[in-house]
Design a protein around this ligand. Sequence first.
Ligand code: 6PG
Length: 289
Amino acid sequence: MAAKKKTLTRPKAKKPKAAAKKIKTALKAKPSKPVKAMSAKALRFQPEVRVYPTPDTLFQETAHQFMQIAREAVNERGRFVAALSGGSTPKGLFQQLAEEPYRTLIPWAKTYLFWVDERHVPLTDATSNYRMTQEFLLAKAPIPKANVFPMTDGSQPVERAASVYEIKMGKFFGAGALPRFDLTLLGMGDDGHTASLFPGMPQVNELHKWVVGYFVDEARKERVSLTFPVLNASRNLLVLMEGQKKAERLKDVLEGSSEPPRYPVQYLRPPGGKLLFAMDAAAAALLKK
Ligand code: 6PG
């Protein structure tokens, strides 16, 4: 749900000089944090859908897109800032990125990596998204350690971990303005969740915090996650799905009714960015189109 920007109204000119000064100050004002989310009706859930014949072609093609976005971001803004998801699907993509030609083609020295979400555990824990990324990507790609921002190491209360990460993001992106990732890599859970924003959880509707930390349930334990205003501020949202396990839910999400509370992934509606659902044929097996 994209944040609605506060519109600056031009002050009535009393004395031209004072008015001009007021307008200049107003125009320089940094956009404030989201006042009110854009209503779901205002922005429709309209992903571009790309289906690749096999997992290999899915990961090769998305690695190429990752590289293109990275190079374009560095050319245009001097750096490439991405937020990565965990789970298992990204492993195939990370393996591609860590090998040639992408190991050479991606401007790693100007690449900065954050996380979309994380399990609130030590970085060495078997379930840590950071640990998976370390194993499949960071240990092999020549990215400076200082460019990598782990989300949590599980050592403090989960809510505190979320606010510490939000401060870290504020320092990096500049406080006040909503952080804008060049690329946000997401997955979709079998229940239609994305990031660690699960059906029925109030954190799905968070409109002001950039990062939330909370106990989900006994199975998924404590999680730290970016919120939808931040996800939807991204220039590129890439949702990666692979395998027959995703087919049923993908049919509901892409060809069923719009029910974002039930399928939070449908809240991905970037007003100023691209939304791409990239999948292999197995995941797309039940789609009509
Ligand atoms: C996590 C992820 C999560 C993931 C989906 C899909 O921490 O688990 O960020 O949102 O993207 O659950 O997971 P798979 O890729 O393992 O299917």
